[in-house]
Ligand binder design. Sequence first.
Ligand code: HPA
Length: 250
Amino acid sequence: MRRAGGTLDAAIVLGSGLSAAVSARIVGSEIPYDKLEGAPLSHLAGHPGIAFAGSWAGKRVVAFAGRAHLYQGRTPDEVTYFVRLAAKAGARTIVLTNAAGGLNTWYARGDLMLISDHLNLTGATAIAPDDSQPFLNMLDAYSPRLRALARAHCGDGRTQEGVYAGLRGPAYETLAEAAALRRLGADAVGMSTVLETMAARKLGLEVLGISLITNLIGPAQDVSHEDVLEASKEGGERIATLLEGVLGSL
Ligand code: HPA
């Protein structure tokens, strides 16, 4: 991570299909994951497995294009590897992005959702109790300060704010599951992010979570990984523009 040019300001974890727009704006170097000691390697389309380290909007950043997921049989330690690496490299801020299915009936495909809170429904945890901090405080886990900054820079009327339900996957949800998740208070659902947020809070990082709503979940709403990648390409630019504003005012 020295290649970011010193101590990191912020790290970004990029969800499915979201890497192109962000990586194009970082001036620096590319580090394939097989050069990062202990990094979990991934082979899913849309998850390239490259860290982009350099400067963006006057900040030293690293963007991880590709993450490990529980549905690949990865352990919570592997899933949170990039968060821990970012903290070790000095980042105080982490941006967790993902592709998600929309549950809130007001949402449209292509909307961004700033994550205000989450439901960890993975059945897993990413932290262990230690003497100094036996229980982790998860109130305001998604920084109200960073969300306010993001709201100030979204400027397109298609940015929502809501609750992300993190499931283990890899199946997309049944309609009954989607209905149940709505009743639990979820606005969007995906298969990542929640364990990374727990690890980040444990390490004292400030978290900004952004979902791109790549599909809506409801009757007659089909979804495939290809559809998700297609929608992500369009949304990636809007996430990159929003992040540029946020980074510039950190
Ligand atoms: N469900 C879960 N994860 C997802 C979805 C979905 O509909 N879309 C993109 N990631």
